[in-house]
Design a protein around this ligand. Structure first.
Ligand SMILES: Cc1ncc(C[n+]2csc(CCOP(=O)(O)OP(=O)(O)O)c2C)c(N)n1
Length: 805
């Protein structure tokens, strides 16, 4: 091996030694794929998806990275991870086995599937690391194309850090916006809408992104001709090519995935232009292969032709790079063969270490259980049964905790007629393990740092004689003005938010005051507005991202659910993105401007906070609360509240509304009515009418759906009234059912009921247009009145006779 020789890779200073090291790394990665597949097929791991075929492109790409750079990519990037040194081969195997320990799988603590990469942006206490000193990999998700929306924000963050002087102080996150953001995606995933939306958005915004499309011509079994118009992405993307005069757009490169020197050059060139000029590029890497097929779920011989399979053999990137090394005089055939054997043995050795490390704690638990059973057997009359259980335990070849819990369960069932003392140790062990495993698999759904939102206390609004009375939108306008002044990292954006100041004028005048970068318009692209926020927040910014109407959050819900809501949890506290989603909803007019799809949201975004303030003062308080925390939240403003009058608190910039704390809006002793948002005013009106007929209603505004009533305020009210109604504008069985389940089951409210618990939601259809359409689609003063009065009638028909039916 002649490693001293330097090879002419155009404009590059790569030495022969470096080039041979690249080849060796590519080989190691290939062996990791082959051995990984074997581990799955032999049953030691559950599922495998590997980066075979993409190795050479990725070792080449790694040469263009610099510390501070970010990646948003997908499961094919193992070689890049190895080349950057952010994932070791042992960690790669630890994740394949699902080793639930950060020390071994620092990407996800065993939670994510294999090849779902991610680096740690956070210290163990949840505070930010210095991201400029490390290579950063935003945590992968499986839904194809879902890495694209956050790419918008990761990229835009570099632009903001370069262009906004007020961000210069935040040196942990950026060095003058010099960071390149590297995207990767498979060819077939480019058929997804998210891909095109993100490409368009980044094209509009511009910024230092280099996106690689790994094109092996298939998406599992479906070839490009069924995926893409013209079956050719380079052709399709031509419209995005930047025009030297107009400037906006991309540089587009097409390069063969086995052509190492060309790849090195393309990546260096693309990265240089991105870093220096903030111009994005797309690198379409063609002629790639997938030698192991898509994943361990199938084999590609089933859908690739003989010709294609033969072509893949001859175009295998590692084979080709080996030939090139020989041609260049950097290696001999024999030396490469020898290297092949050595790397295989090395990877196998590492794999074994990963397996032993994974098994060791489980085997130790097996031994603990075995010892306990031995001890019990000496005192129990179930000698035979315990003997059988012990034999099952001994036969446990590759033990797992599920099997172990089953054994403990069977032992406890067997011993159920023995004195408690005999089972005591086993029960205590089981409890300990249950708590450990809850933590192992369930921690970090919400922030566990000192900045978690529950630590933000309440600062009540203060009023004085001079406090003016304003329209709701003006209250928010003052609040956002304070926020932008106080928090230089807050960037607000959305459709019509910048120049116009928002469709309801809450940002009126603020673009002019704070710059078009801090108060910005976006295209109509809800999913990538969310992605823009996610990516920016991953890089230390504090985005307030607007979805113009609650009804349109459906476009964005997938990315909020799959990416944002799972982020802290799936990285076991390694990454966070404290974004604020601002939107407005509940009743106004029309099918798509009156939605209140709160249950759909709270079902899907566990990991976020969902707040439903009844007025704009409360909304402002929630924005302040979220900004003092490091957690993401959605604030749904009341759509018909912008023109209603509210007193402006003197401390609008400081006041906070705590999350998870309902407010009692009216005291009463007969029936508790639980609601939120625009329904608060309707329920209060109904309560006035009910008082006229002798029914005293306690009205509770829950304010916060996630978290929900953390101090059990509602059950305390129920103890007093013994009757309860949950009402809102969601569908039957939606959020009212969620609230009822929480109060009756979790807060044990069923114990205090004297009447059937009632829900009063909207109709199951969408809200019809017009005043009457709204009236007959949603709960109203009359239906609230009758629902509550019916309960009183049932309890005491003589005192509360029915007079309306
Ligand atoms: C939204 C979504 N739909 C379907 C899938 C199942 N799926 C996983 S990978 C894949 C093919 C992706 O092909 P491509 O983008 O070319 O990437 P490759 O795996 O070939 O590298 C499909 C259909 C998924 N993960 N997510």
């Amino acid at each position: 091996m002649q490693k001293e020789k330097t090879v002419e890779v155009e404009g590059s200073e790569l030495t022969g030694e470096e080039i041979v090291a690249d080849y060796q790394l590519a080989l190691e990665s290939r062996h990791a794929s082959l051995i990984g597949r074997r581990e799955v097929l032999s049953g030691k791991a559950k599922f495998g998806i590997f980066g075979g075929g993409k190795e050479v492109a990725q070792v080449a790409m790694a040469h263009a990275w610099q510390p501070g750079d970010f990646r948003s990519g997908y499961y094919r990037d193992q070689t890049l991870m190895f080349a950057l040194g952010v994932v070791s081969i042992q960690e790669f195997f630890a994740q394949l086995y699902a080793h639930p320990d950060l020390e071994f799988d620092p990407m996800s603590g065993g939670r994510a599937m294999n090849a779902h990469f991610g680096t740690r942006s956070l210290n163990p206490d949840g505070s930010w690391k210095d991201l400029t000193k490390q290579y950063n990999v935003s945590s992968d998700v499986s839904p194809t194309g879902a890495q694209m929306p956050r790419l918008v924000g990761l990229t835009h963050a570099s632009s903001l850090y370069r262009q906004l002087p007020e961000l210069a102080a935040f040196t942990k996150f950026s060095d003058n916006g010099n960071e390149v953001v590297w995207g990767t995606i498979g060819n077939a995933s480019c058929a997804e809408g998210l891909f095109w939306e993100a490409i368009n958005a980044i094209g509009v915004l511009q910024g230092p992104m280099v996106l690689s499309i790994w094109d092996d011509e298939y998406g599992i079994s479906v070839p490009n001709e069924h995926q893409l118009t013209k079956a050719n992405l380079s052709d399709l993307l031509q419209g995005f090519q930047r025009d030297p005069d107009a400037h906006n757009g991309y540089d587009i490169y097409t390069v063969r995935g086995w052509d190492y020197p060309a790849l090195v050059n393309v990546y260096r060139e693309a990265a240089r232009i991105a870093r220096e000029e903030h111009i994005p590029s797309i690198v379409h890497v063609i002629e790639l292969t997938q030698p192991q097929g898509h994943s361990t779920s199938g084999s590609h011989e089933r859908y690739k032709s003989e010709e294609r399979l033969a072509w893949e053999e001859t175009h295998d990137a590692i084979t080709r790079m080996g030939q090139w090394l020989i041609e260049q005089g950097l290696a001999t055939e024999e030396a490469l063969e020898e290297m092949g054997r050595e790397t295989r043995n090395k990877v196998e050795r590492i794999r074994r270490q990963a397996w032993q490390a994974f098994m060791a704690p489980v085997r130790a638990e097996v031994a603990e259980v075995s010892d306990m059973l031995d001890k019990i057997a000496g005192q129990s009359h179930h000698t035979k049964g315990l003997g059988q259980i012990q034999r099952r335990l001994n036969r446990f070849q590759n033990p797992n905790r599920k099997g172990l819990m089953g054994i403990v369960r069977d032992a406890l069932i067997l011993l159920r007629d023995e004195p408690d003392a005999l089972r005591e140790e086993l029960v205590a062990w089981k409890k300990r393990q249950e708590a450990l495993n809850r933590e192992r698999y369930g921690s970090h759904l919400y922030s566990q740092s000192e900045e978690n939102v529950l630590t933000v206390g309440e600062v009540s609004p203060l009023y004085s004689e001079d406090s003016p009375t304003l329209s709701g939108f003006q209250i928010l306008n003052k609040a956002f003005d304070e926020i932008l002044a106080r928090y230089p990292r807050v960037i607000a954006f959305g459709e019509d938010l910048g120049f116009l100041g928002g469709v309801n004028q809450a940002f009126a005048g603020l673009q002019e005051k704070y710059s078009p970068l801090r108060v910005a318009d976006t295209g109509i692209r809800e999913a990538t507005i969310m992605g823009q926020a996610i990516g920016m927040a991953m890089r230390g910014l504090r985005p307030i991202a607007e979805i113009q109407y609650l009804d349109y959050i459906l476009y964005a819900l997938q990315i909020l659910s799959d990416d944002l809501a799972t982020l802290q949890w799936r990285t076991l506290g390694g990454q966070k993105a404290p974004i604020i989603v601002r939107t407005r909803g509940h009743r106004l007019e029309g099918i798509w401007h009156s939605g209140s799809l709160m249950a759909s949201i709270i079902d899907l975004v566990r990991g976020m906070h969902v707040l439903v303030p009844r007025d704009m003062t409360r909304a402002a308080g929630f924005y302040n609360t979220l900004l003092r925390s490091d957690e993401p939240g959605i604030v749904v403003e009341v759509l018909n509240g912008y023109r209603l009058k509210e007193k402006l608190p003197d401390n609008i910039g400081e006041m906070t509304v705590p999350v998870g704390v309902p407010e009692i809006l009216r005291k009463g002793t007969d029936v508790t009515v639980v609601t939120y948002g625009a329904m608060c005013r309707i329920v209060l009106e109904a309560a006035d009418l009910l008082a006229q007929v002798g029914v005293e209603v306690e009205v509770i505004d829950v304010q916060s759906l996630l978290p929900f009533d953390i101090n059990q305020t509602i059950v305390e009210s129920l103890k007093k009234t013994s009757r309860i109604v949950f009402t809102d504008e969601d569908v039957p069985g939606g959020t009212t059912a969620y609230m009822m389940q929480t109060v009756l089951e979790k807060q044990k409210g069923y114990y205090w009921l004297d009447s059937e618990p009632r829900t009063l939601p909207a109709q199951p259809h969408r809200p019809a247009y017009g005043t009457d359409g709204d009236y007959f689609s949603k709960p109203n003063v009359e239906t609230v009145f009758e629902t509550v009065y019916d309960l009183m009638n049932e309890a005491d028909p003589a005192a509360y006779p029915i007079f309306y039916r």
